[in-house]
Write a protein that binds this ligand. Structure first.
Ligand code: ATP
Ligand code: MG
Length: 266
């Protein structure tokens, strides 16, 4: 039985044995990480546009570096380390950006980064990396599996990954739960002065990013060139008006001009 299977079985036993187990977060904070090691598959990652892994300098890698620098400048040293990536609608490049940004910060600035797949509607980050995680955020939230049993060391220096672990059609409620707030508190404590990047579902069709963004220090909104309508961008920004929007990233700028190939930040 793998470690995750053991943890899930234990969680099930606890649920069956007690009517309403009182959850004590302090019990879960173990001083040592026992993270699983699953290496990012380089050819799958390359196919999925993980340009920040490339050793070759291209316009796309340069744009990611510029973006990373701008974000670090806006957040460094201010404890603003929990950042969420979202967009108005689906397919605008949230997961691609979240993963590239996390890799770029971890690889080149040598900062520890935790990348969290908090898109419980359509989790994708594990696929972008070519990984097959057994469990993830969903099991932390629903089954009380301790976070250290779910984290994956990716082989990309200083990048740790918390996969979604599956999809949930009614994820808004669970993301709103005290358990999610515990997670944020816990990663902030463990990852003080480090970056935690959350991928999320789109803002207009789902309530999840509105809920998640309450707990974030900053939000980055992705728009896709030639695709995101101005009205949708305005509506998405309207949803985020109480939040700290760090910037809007124009993805796939090559669709409109060839000066910027992939990302532009404002
Ligand atoms: N700059 C880009 N140039 C070309 N293709 C891109 C670019 N950015 C993303 N894509 C592709 O567009 C598709 C959608 O990207 P991605 O999955 O990152 O979007 P998403 O906003 O996370 O989608 P979802 O809402 O489904 O979670 C993917 O196939 C991705 O490879
Ligand atoms: Mg996505």
């Amino acid at each position: 039985m793998s470690k995750i299977e053991e943890a899930l079985a234990k969680a099930k036993q606890t649920r069956q044995g007690e009517q309403s187990p009182i959850h004590d977060a302090s019990m879960e904070i173990s001083p040592a990480y026992t993270t699983v090691f699953q290496e990012v598959n380089p050819s799958v990652a390359e196919e999925n546009r993980m340009v920040a892994l490339s050793e070759v300098n291209t316009q796309a890698t340069e744009q990611i570096r510029i973006l990373r620098t701008q974000i670090l400048q806006k957040t460094e040293g201010q404890g603003n380390n929990c950042l969420m990536i979202t967009s108005a609608l689906d397919g605008e490049g949230k997961s691609t950006l979240a993963a590239n940004l996390a890799i770029a910060i971890a690889r080149e600035v040598h900062r520890t980064v935790l990348l969290v797949d908090a898109d419980l509607r359509r989790p994708a980050l594990h696929e972008l990396f070519g990984l097959k995680p057994e469990a993830g955020l969903m099991h932390y939230l629903l089954d009380h599996v301790p976070i250290e049993d779910l984290l994956i060391r990716t082989g990309v220096e200083k990048l740790t990954f918390l996969p979604a672990g599956g999809s949930l059609p009614n994820s808004t409620e669970i993301l709103r739960s005290p358990r999610m707030q515990e997670l944020i508190r816990e990663v902030k404590m463990r990852y003080r002065d480090r970056y935690v990047i959350f991928d999320s579902s789109p803002l207009l069709p789902t309530a999840d990013p509105m809920v998640l963004s309450q707990f974030m220090d900053g939000v980055i909104l992705v728009v896709r060139a030639e695709r995101t309508a101005r009205s949708h961008l305005a509506e998405a920004l309207g949803h985020l008006k109480e939040r700290n929007v760090l910037g809007v990233v124009m993805n796939d700028q090559s669709a409109v001009d060839d000066i910027y190939s992939t990302y532009k930040y404002d």
